[in-house]
Design a protein around this ligand. Structure first.
Ligand code: C5P
Length: 242
């Protein structure tokens, strides 16, 4: 590992429909990595208290609700996410500078130091999915993502969510300290599911990802504990050769 580089962390996406299922899955994966992701499904199915419950089991909670609303609403939502104990949360870069500024105010009001990361282009999407909006999008995914990342950094956000395919370019454009969170992680022998811009854990680490979000490859494994542990080993091995 290069001097001064924090090791990349595995985040297990708890994409389940009850607090009991989330806690059961988290208890299996926390020994490998404390980071878990509470997304829209779990947040809608359980109460917001699922965040503190998971924290009580030793988890660092990434509350991935992908905020995208008027600045006043995002300010209040980020404030509440901080009060709940979220260690990291997301907002859409598409919300622009005023929404990002409101998110930073919300964090300040919460008194927490929740990492604020901007969602760029979902890893399930390609530029083709934006062709209805602009004919310039297909084939220009990386440019779009890098542009959003530069802006997010200029607005004072802590990092971005992007595909592993753009991670290296984001790091080059925004600097080593700007966090890169990459979903779309698939082991060598796994299918893509609905993801489109995927990479192996080793490739994501080599590209500079700080956080690797993994859902189905862990959740659907015969042993989520073993799958998470294997993934952490692959991350560490990739980090060592960096
Ligand atoms: O099952 P899988 O590994 O594809 O899960 C990826 C997780 O990361 C899901 O919870 C999904 O909502 C989330 N995510 C994503 N792409 C983004 C942001 C979040 O896939 N750009």
């Amino acid at each position: 590992m290069s001097q001064g580089t924090a090791p990349a962390a595995l985040i297990t996406a708890l994409d389940v429909d009850s607090q009991a299922a989330a806690v059961a899955l988290a208890r299996q994966t926390i020994p490998a990595s404390p980071w878990v992701k509470v997304g829209l499904e779990l947040f809608a199915a359980a109460s917001p208290a699922v965040v503190s419950t998971l924290a009580g089991h030793g988890a660092r909670v990434f509350l991935d609700l992908k905020f995208f609303d008027i600045p006043a609403t995002v300010r209040a939502a980020v404030r509440e996410a901080g009060r709940l104990g979220a260690a990291m949360t997301t907002l859409h870069a598409l919300g622009g500078e005023r929404m990002a500024a409101a998110a930073l105010e919300g964090r300040h009001a919460s008194g927490a130091n929740t990492l604020l990361v901007a969602v760029t282009l979902l890893t399930s999407m390609t530029g083709q999915d934006l062709a209805w909006l602009t004919p310039h999008a297909p084939g220009h995914e990386a440019e779009l993502v890098i542009h959003m990342a530069r802006q997010a950094k200029a607005w004072g956000l802590d990092g971005v969510v992007c595909s592993p395919w753009e991670a290296a370019q984001v790091k080059a454009a925004c600097g080593a300290g700007f966090k890169v969170v990459t979903p779309g992680i698939r082991p060598q022998d796994a299918g893509e599911d609905d993801q489109r811009r995927t990479a192996t854990p080793a490739a994501a680490v080599a590209a500079g990802a700080d956080f690797l979000v993994v859902g189905r490859p862990i959740r659907m494994a015969a042993s989520p504990a073993a799958a998470a542990a294997a993934m952490v080993l692959e991350i560490q091995a990739a980090q060592d050769v960096k």
